[in-house]
Write a protein that binds this ligand. Structure first.
Ligand code: ATP
Length: 285
């Protein structure tokens, strides 16, 4: 349930410019997360405590995961991901160890991001926790976050003292959930998840902005494409729904071109491989 990736090394992935309808959220994140990740010495010098954890909440498909990846790609810092449901389903004991090892790595490579997807799966309110294992995982998570909290502002929090390059150990933990109410109160306090950002279902303007991002690399028919009209017709759609819509439209456009070519070349069988040879992509553009 734990993995690393993204971040440094110029890895390709989503950027802020790929997300629509989130400008105010991105502006906030710039000051609260991007600045301390890019200039970890700054909060230390000013004696300001940077945000330890951000809880992103919103319905499925509204862009929580994409946003977390975008922060990593914008800042170029290492990105470590924990999938909470996978951790819970793991072998007892191994999962706590996984979390510990992952956080240790994150400290060692700080500044960095730890992303915990569907955090409610491990951090649901403890009165609801029936299983001993889940309780232990939450405790482990809190211990890891507190350790960071104690370390930042001291010698930089790099747990590996042999590190040649001593950098301030800023690790930000980003949790994502579509059930914020289910997240343990003990995790939602200063030094742990001390910031909560709600990504709701986008309104009409938000949908238009998302559509604009999603179609920015597409060849659109001039003057025939009214993003406002589509935004107006799609209440309740989140980013993932709009993406599915755009993908579908793209596939239909390809199909239309092929059918048109077939007509122009006087027939042929769309299922016949031979016929595809007769309609190369370079033809009849
Ligand atoms: P889940 O709760 O199901 O994990 P999520 O909130 O993490 O969902 P993502 O996985 O980030 O949502 O989004 C799914 C897809 O929808 C992304 O690949 C992205 O392309 C698209 N998407 C979602 N929100 C936006 C947005 N605001 N702008 C552009 N694309 C978006």
């Amino acid at each position: 349930g734990a993995s690393e990736g993204g971040g440094g090394g110029g890895a390709k992935g989503p950027r802020f410019s790929d997300l629509g309808g989130m400008q105010s959220v991105i502006n906030e994140l710039m000051m609260e997360v991007v600045v301390p990740l890019c200039h970890p010495e700054l909060p230390l010098r000013l004696g300001v405590r940077p945000v330890a954890g951000i809880l992103l909440h919103g319905p499925p498909g509204c862009g929580k995961t994409t946003l977390a990846h975008a922060i990593a790609n914008e800042t170029g810092v290492p990105f470590y991901k924990i999938s909470a449901p996978e951790v819970v389903s793991g072998v007892s004991g191994a999962s706590e160890e996984n979390i510990r090892v992952l956080f240790k790595k994150a400290y060692r490579t700080a500044p960095s991001i730890v992303f915990i997807d569907e955090i409610d799966a491990i951090a649901s309110k403890r009165e609801n926790l029936q299983r001993e294992m889940e309780r232990r995982i939450v405790t482990q998570l809190m211990t890891c976050m507190d350790e960071f909290h104690q370390n930042v502002g001291s010698d930089g929090g790099d747990l590996d003292s042999q590190s040649s390059e001593k950098k301030p150990g800023y690790v930000i933990v980003i949790g994502a959930t579509n059930r914020p109410d289910a997240v343990d109160q003990a995790l939602r306090r200063p030094g742990r998840f001390d910031r909560e950002i709600s990504l709701g279902v986008p309104d009409e303007i938000g949908r238009k902005q998302i559509l604009k991002m999603l179609t920015q690399n597409l060849t659109l028919e001039k003057d025939q494409f009214d993003l406002f009209k589509i935004a107006r017709a799609t209440p309740g759609f989140v980013g993932a729904d709009l993406k599915a819509l755009v993908d579908k439209a793209g596939n239909l456009a390809m199909k239309r071109i092929i059918v048109e070519r077939k007509k122009q070349s006087g027939g042929g069988d769309l299922n016949n491989k031979q016929d595809w040879w007769r309609h190369p992509w370079s033809e009849g553009e």
